[in-house]
Unconditional design. Structure first.
Ligand SMILES: *Cc1c(COP(=O)(O)O)cnc(C)c1O
Length: 473
């Protein structure tokens, strides 16, 4: 690949340190020698970044069935709203009366989340799903403290998302894991064995990371509540149930949702996101400050809350993500239910079509995602990773692999609701083609992918000694 003028200029410069000892100053701080920075035209800079972005894979380029991540199309109207000048130029420290519009949006988003989750009060402050989990668990902690109870144990099924045990531990709880039964669901008998007076809560992902709905959820909530314990719902992937049911109906007390998944914000690479937390009324007093409230005709930020856990982030959360989510909710209204219909339909369509060729971890009907296993291909020296790498040669982003941990050689597929039947059929055909290659020439799989900018990498070296500088060979 030829170097662009930008790279030549930048590379020449960057071999020398930017602030050399030889630079001349006027005796104090003002530099009198010329600043040693690259001089390139605007269009060269633009081409440089365009070329970089072309090397990347994104939802705008192709199918991205990354299980548990909901990599779906994010409507462009969201971006238009986010760029309205009135929102763009707001400063978070402006007084309430100067930002009524923004506060109104946040208030109404809180109200919408109450309807969607069935809960009584909402904070928009947490900036990611895991951050919402931590906030929720801190609220649970504070609830027991106020009741003069020192419950230390949090039960987490082995099919929960990996962030759950981390969040519970950070909030100061001891995590007890329970194993799933042969159906991939919470084993009620196992649960009964570990529930005791030290149990503060159970943290559940529902549908769990196997893509399965917890059929005995009402019995589970009954067991917990009878014990004085609370139920935490990881609702990061609400596109499985939205509009059909909600965590409140299932008996949960706290839920976080990922606006950057279900409610459409481009995400990946660490942000930005938003993980609002919704709670039942008895936990509302512990929510972080400020809450956005309505006082007469005015919207206000209320900091005056005696039992609040305090602040969990600077200002009020990632406002632009909140704005996108609110736009998305207003656009769809009651059709949010259709989102869930299509997400579940697409996942089950793929699963049914693929199960002749790949082994599903569980045969039962899935929700918005499902898990396959390539365990049975070991005798051909084929692993899930090799299948995933081969998919890249067909311009398809690999699904999530080796997660959930409880399935050997797992491949977790989430097509999302925004893909057409044609895209799904193409994926099915590619997966069948790859399985034919596995039968005919498994040895070729050591060399895939063949067509990507970066070929097969040494994953261990990459993890141990990351070299993050951009190099142009
Ligand atoms: C994505 C996800 C999370 C974590 O969300 P982040 O925004 O990445 O912190 C937690 N639980 C589930 C089920 C998820 O899918």
């Amino acid at each position: 690949m030829t170097k662009t003028i930008f790279e030549k200029t930048v590379n020449n410069i960057s071999t020398k340190p930017l602030f050399k000892k030889t630079e001349k100053y006027d005796g104090e701080f003002k530099r009198v020698s010329k600043l040693n920075i690259p001089e390139v035209s605007e269009i060269e800079v633009m081409r440089h970044y365009k070329e970089l972005s072309d090397k990347n894979f994104c939802i705008e380029k192709g199918f991205y069935p990354l299980g548990s991540c909901t990599m779906k199309y994010n409507p462009r109207v969201n971006e238009e709203v986010v760029n309205y000048e009135g929102y763009l130029n707001l400063h978070p420290n402006q007084p309430d009366e100067d930002c009524q519009g923004a506060l109104c949006v946040m208030y109404k988003l809180q109200e919408a989340i109450k309807i969607i989750t069935g809960m009584d009060a909402v904070t928009l402050q947490p900036m990611a799903g895991a951050h919402g989990e931590l906030t929720g668990m801190m609220i649970i902690k504070k609830y027991f403290e106020k009741n003069n109870e020192n419950r230390k144990k949090v039960i987490i099924p082995d099919s929960a998302h990996g962030t759950n045990p981390a969040s519970a531990t950070m909030a100061g709880f001891n995590v007890v894991e329970i194993k799933s039964n042969e159906k991939g669901l919470v084993d009620i008998e196992e649960l009964k064995k570990v529930v005791d007076k030290d149990t503060a809560a159970i943290m559940m992902t529902n549908p769990n990371t196997l893509g399965l709905f917890e059929e005995e959820i009402l019995e589970i909530s009954d067991i917990m509540h009878k014990n004085g314990s609370l139920l935490y719902y990881d609702g990061a992937n609400l596109n499985a149930i939205m509009g059909f049911t909600n965590p409140r109906v299932m008996g949960f007390d706290v839920v976080h949702i990922n606006l950057h998944k279900t409610f459409s914000t481009p995400h990946g690479g660490g942000g930005p996101g938003a993980g609002p937390v919704a709670v039942v009324s008895k936990l509302a007093e512990f929510l972080p400050v400020p809450l956005i409230e309505k006082s007469g005709e005015k919207y206000i930020r209320n900091y005056d809350r005696k039992h609040s856990i305090g602040k969990v982030g600077a200002f009020f959360g990632n406002f632009s993500v909140l704005l996108r989510a609110y736009t998305y909710i207003l656009m769809l209204g009651k059709n949010l239910k259709q989102v869930s219909c299509d997400a579940v339909l697409n996942a089950n369509y793929l699963k049914e079509k693929l199960k002749k060729y790949y082994k599903p971890a569980y045969e039962t009907k899935s929700m918005h995602e499902f898990v396959l296993t390539c365990e049975n291909l070991h005798d051909k020296n084929i692993t899930t990773l090799k299948i995933a790498k081969r998919l890249m040669d067909f311009d398809i982003h690999p699904p999530t692999v080796y997660f959930p941990l409880i399935i050997h050689e797992a491949m977790m597929i989430e097509p999302t609701e925004t893909e057409s039947k044609e895209v799904l059929d193409n994926f099915i055909n590619v997966m069948i083609k790859i399985m034919n290659e596995v039968e005919l020439c498994p040895e070729n799989f050591d060399d895939y992918p063949k067509t990507t900018n970066v070929r097969k990498i040494d994953e261990v070296l990459a993890a141990r000694k990351p070299d993050l500088r951009y190099k142009n060979e």
